[in-house]
Design a protein around this ligand. Structure first.
Ligand code: L34
Length: 295
C-alpha cells in the first residue's frame, strides 16, 4: 500500500479562503481590520523565512501587518518595552515573538509579557492553562494545524493509539494534551515519548497515529511503524543546500520508506509547516473578533 499524502499546502489554502471571507465581512459589516505584529530578534535564516511568510500571508488575507526585525544583541528590556507598546496598540490584535530567542533573553519572561488576549501563539501560561482545561483560548499554531489536518483528511482519532515523539512546549506537550481531550481530532489514547523513553520502538510499532516532533532528520524508519499507520511529520530539518542556494529539507520521518506502509502521511516541505502559518492567521482573526466584542 502507498499512503495518501495529506497536503498541508492544499488544506492551508482552503482555510485561507475561508478566512478571506471572514476578514472581508469584518471590514464591511463592522469596520474591523485584524492586526498582527511579528517580532524577530536576530537573523536565524529559518526564522527569517518563517516570519517573512507570516507577514506576507497576513497581508494577502487583508490583515494589517507589521514586521519588526531587531538585531541579535537587542536587550531583554528593549524587547519587553516593545511588547508593552503593542499590548497598548489598538490596531494590533496579535503579537508574535518568533522563537528561539538569543540566549541572553529570558524566553519565559518575554512570553509572559504578552497580553493573553493578543497571544495568538497560545504560549502565555493563561492560554496554556485554558487549553489544558479545554476552555476557549488561542491554541498554539502547530498543534492547532495538526488537529485541522486530521479532521479535514477524515482521520478518525477517537479511541486510537496516538504516539507523540518529542516533549517541546510548542508541539509535543500541547498536541498530546489536545488529542486526549473530548474534542474534534481528540478522544485518543496518547503516549508521549522523549529522550529518556526506554523503548520508543515498542510504542511506535503499536501506534495508529504517530506525531513526530523531535527535529532529527529521517529518524522514524519503516521497521518502526505498523501497516496503515497515520504519520504527521512536524520536523522541518535543514539537511543541506541545493546548488541554487535553497535549503534542502527533511522531516523527522523517512518519507520514502514509511509512505509504503502508512495509510496517510504528511510531506516535508508542504505538510505541517504551511498549516502553522495559516493557524496563526486564524488566531489573529479570532483575536480581532474578541477585541471587537463579536465573540
Ligand atoms: N513564536 N516561534 C513562534 N511561533 C511559532 O509558531 C514558531 N514556529 C516554529 C519555530 N518558532 C516559532 C513556526 O512558525 C516552527 N515554525 C514554522 C513555521 C513555518 C514553517 C515551518 C516551521 C514552514 O512554512 N515550513 C515550510 C518550509 C519553509 C522553508 O522552506 O523553510 C514547509 O513546507 O514545511
Amino acid at each position: 500500500m502507498s499512503a495518501k499524502i495529506i497536503s498541508g499546502v492544499e488544506i492551508a489554502k482552503a482555510i485561507r479562503e475561508e478566512l478571506t471571507v471572514v476578514v472581508t465581512e469584518l471590514k464591511d459589516k463592522h469596520n474591523v481590520v485584524p492586526g498582527l505584529v511579528t517580532i524577530l530578534v536576530g537573523e536565524n535564516p529559518a526564522s527569517v523565512s518563517y516570519v517573512t511568510a507570516k507577514s506576507k500571508t497576513a497581508k494577502a488575507l487583508g490583515i494589517y501587518s507589521e514586521q519588526v526585525d531587531l538585531p541579535a544583541d537587542t536587550s531583554e528590556e528593549k524587547l519587553l518595552a516593545l511588547i508593552d507598546q503593542y499590548n497598548n496598540d489598538e490596531k494590533i490584535n496579535g503579537i508574535l515573538v518568533q522563537l528561539p530567542l538569543p540566549k541572553h533573553i529570558n524566553e519565559a519572561k518575554v512570553l509572559y509579557a504578552i497580553d493573553p488576549n493578543k497571544d495568538v501563539d497560545g504560549f502565555h501560561p493563561v492560554n496554556v492553562g485554558k487549553m489544558v482545561l479545554g476552555e476557549q483560548c488561542f491554541l498554539p499554531c502547530t498543534p492547532h494545524g495538526i488537529l485541522e489536518m486530521l479532521e479535514r483528511s477524515g482521520v478518525e482519532t477517537s479511541g486510537k493509539e496516538v504516539v507523540v515523539l518529542g516533549r517541546s512546549n510548542i508541539v509535543g506537550k500541547p498536541i498530546a494534551n489536545l488529542m486526549l481531550q473530548k474534542r474534534p481530532s481528540g478522544n485518543a489514547t496518547v503516549t508521549l515519548c522523549h529522550t529518556r523513553t526506554k523503548d520508543t520502538d515498542f510504542h511506535t510499532r503499536r501506534a495508529d497515529i504517530i506525531i513526530a516532533a523531535v527535529g532529527v532528520p529521517n529518524l522514524v524508519k519503516a521497521n518502526q511503524v505498523k501497516d496503515g499507520v497515520v504519520i504527521i511529520d512536524v520536523g522541518v530539518n535543514r539537511i543541506g543546500m541545493s546548488e541554487s542556494g535553497k535549503a534542502i529539507l527533511a522531516g523527522d520521518v523517512d518519507f520514502n520508506e514509511v509512505k509504503e506502509k502508512a495509510s496517510f502521511i504528511t510531506p516535508v516541505p508542504g505538510g505541517v509547516g504551511p498549516m502553522t502559518i495559516t493557524m496563526l492567521m486564524k488566531n489573529t482573526v479570532q483575536a480581532a473578533k474578541q477585541a471587537a466584542g463579536l465573540i
